[in-house]
Write a protein that binds this ligand. Structure first.
Ligand code: NAP
Length: 267
C-alpha cells in the first residue's frame, strides 16, 4: 500500500495544480501533447485561442482537459493578454502554471534567403513569437499570486543555421534571451521561467517551414536516440518543468530533441 501511495505521489506530480495553455490549434500541436501529459498527471487546464474559429475548433478538446470554456486571446493585440488573464482569474481563480506555445511568421518568408525578410514580417514574427511571452510574464504574478512556473517553446535554429528557418530563428534567439531576463525578474514572486528547445515535429506551424521533411529526416539520422522527438517526449519534459520536481530550475533552455543538439559531425 505504501509503495502504491509513493507511486501515485511520484506520477501525479501535477495533482491539485491548475494552469493555462496558450497555443493549442489541434491534436498535432505541441500544446496538445503537453496538455495530455499534464492532464495524465492530475492537472486542471484552461485554454486560450487566437480567434473564434479556433475557439470553436478546440472547445471540445479543452472541455475534456479541464471543463472550462476557451478564452479568446490574440497575443498580437494590445490589452488582450491582460484582459484574458483577468477573465481567467475571475472564472477559475489563481493559477500554478502557464504554457506559452505560440509562434508566427508569414510562411512565404520561411523559404530561401533570410535577407529577403520584410520589415513587416520581422516585426510581426518578433511580436507574436517573442514579445507575447514577455507580456505573459508581466501579468503572470497577478494570475499566480502564490508563485508558479512558466514554459515557452523554442528551437535549435536559434543556435545554429537551419535552412529556411530564417526570421523565426531570430525570434527564438530573442525568446531564449528573454527567458533568462524574465526568470530573474519573476524570481522574487516565486515564479520560475524556462523554455523547452524541442526537436522538429510535424505540426501546423512546422508545415509552413520550407523543406521541413528534410529537417525531420536529417535529425532522425544524426540523433543519438535514432528517432525524432514525440509529443509525449515534449509533454513529459514540460510536466517536469511545471511541477515541483524542478523547483530549483529557472532561466533554462532544456533541449528535448533526442540529443541532436549535442552532435557536431555524424557519419
Ligand atoms: P501549432 O500547432 O501550429 O501551434 C502554434 C500556435 O500558435 C497555434 O495555436 C496558433 O494559433 C498560435 N498563434 C499564432 N499566432 C497567434 C496569435 N497572434 N495569438 C495567439 N495565438 C497565436 O504549431 P506547434 O509546432 O505546436 O508550435 C508551438 C510552439 O512550438 C511554437 O512556438 C513553435 O515555434 C514551437 N516549436 C515547434 C517545433 C516544431 O517542429 N513543430 C519545434 C520547436 C519549437 P492559431 O492556430 O489560432 O493560429
Amino acid at each position: 500500500m505504501l509503495a502504491f501511495i509513493r507511486f501515485v505521489k511520484f506520477f501525479m506530480v501535477m495533482q491539485g495544480k491548475k494552469g493555462l495553455v496558450m497555443g493549442m490549434a489541434n491534436k498535432f500541436s505541441i500544446a496538445f501533447g503537453i496538455s495530455e501529459a499534464l492532464k495524465n498527471r492530475g492537472a486542471e487546464l484552461i485554454f486560450t485561442a487566437q480567434n473564434e474559429y479556433f475557439q470553436n475548433k478546440i472547445s471540445d478538446m479543452a472541455r475534456d482537459f479541464g471543463g472550462h470554456d476557451v478564452v479568446l486571446c490574440d497575443v498580437s493585440k494590445d490589452g488582450e493578454i491582460e484582459q484574458a488573464f483577468d477573465k481567467i482569474l475571475n472564472t477559475v481563480g489563481a493559477l500554478d502554471f502557464i504554457v506559452h506555445s505560440i509562434a508566427f511568421s508569414d510562411k512565404n518568408e520561411l523559404i530561401g534567403k533570410y535577407y529577403n525578410t520584410t520589415r513587416a514580417n520581422f516585426l510581426n514574427a518578433m511580436n507574436i513569437s517573442c514579445y507575447s511571452f514577455t507580456e505573459v510574464c508581466k501579468f503572470a504574478p497577478k494570475l499566480m499570486p502564490n508563485g508558479g512556473s512558466l514554459v515557452t517553446m523554442t528551437y535549435y535554429g536559434s543556435e545554429k543555421v537551419v535552412p529556411n528557418y530564417n526570421v523565426m530563428a531570430l525570434a527564438k534567439s530573442a525568446l531564449e534571451t528573454s527567458v533568462r531576463y524574465l526568470a530573474d525578474d519573476l524570481g522574487e514572486f516565486g515564479i520560475r521561467v524556462n523554455a523547452i528547445s524541442a526537436g522538429p515535429i510535424k505540426t501546423l506551424a512546422a508545415s509552413g517551414v520550407g523543406e521541413f521533411s528534410k529537417v525531420l529526416a536529417y535529425d532522425r539520422n544524426r540523433s543519438p536516440l535514432k528517432r525524432n522527438v514525440t509529443l509525449e517526449d515534449i509533454g513529459n519534459a514540460c510536466a517536469f518543468l511545471l511541477s515541483d520536481l524542478s523547483s530549483g530550475v529557472t532561466g533554462e533552455i532544456v533541449h528535448v530533441d533526442c540529443g541532436c543538439n549535442t552532435i557536431g559531425v555524424k557519419f
